[in-house]
Design a protein. Structure first.
Length: 152
């Protein structure tokens, strides 16, 4: 009986370690970043948004200074992001983005990127901005569980 339990525990630890070792951070970062960029394009769709949200846990925490300074994970975090991002979907008339660099470690990714946009607010006034940002992502089971955006 003890040998069976020890064998089972060894298999579980070996399997979980092997799965973690096989996670391809390079593929993940490129796919995640491309999905995020697509949500900001002038022709962004609800499908683009859902594709981006598929990279997130349901209880994702989102810290985005100065608008969202709290990174607490909420049970409805993904739903809150869907609501917030839907409000701004398609408001850009121009959007450009460039992935500058990224680094990763166990269950964490840092993405440095720059982006610029022009568009119209709901009141009809124009806006434009250009930023360099560092997004720090915590991962859980291959999905983003916390997003922290620091921008210049």
């Amino acid at each position: 009986m003890k040998k069976g339990i020890i064998s089972l525990l060894g298999f579980i630890f070996f399997s979980s370690g092997t799965l973690a070792d096989k996670f391809d951070y390079d593929v993940f970062v490129k796919a995640y970043y491309q999905a995020e960029v697509m949500t900001q394009q002038p022709n962004a769709t609800a499908e683009d948004l859902e594709h981006y949200l598929s990279f997130l846990t349901d209880d994702v925490g989102n810290q985005h200074f100065p608008n969202a300074p709290d990174d607490s994970r909420e049970p409805d975090g993904k739903a809150l992001m869907r609501k917030g991002m839907t409000h701004y979907l398609g408001v850009h008339t121009e959007y450009k983005a460039e992935l500058i660099d990224y680094q990763y470690g166990y269950n964490a990714v840092a993405i440095k990127h720059k982006y610029s946009a022009k568009g119209k607010r709901a009141d009809g006034s124009d806006f434009s901005y250009s930023k360099v940002a560092l997004d720090v992502l915590e991962l859980e089971n291959g999905k983003v569980s916390v997003i922290r955006r620091y921008s210049e």
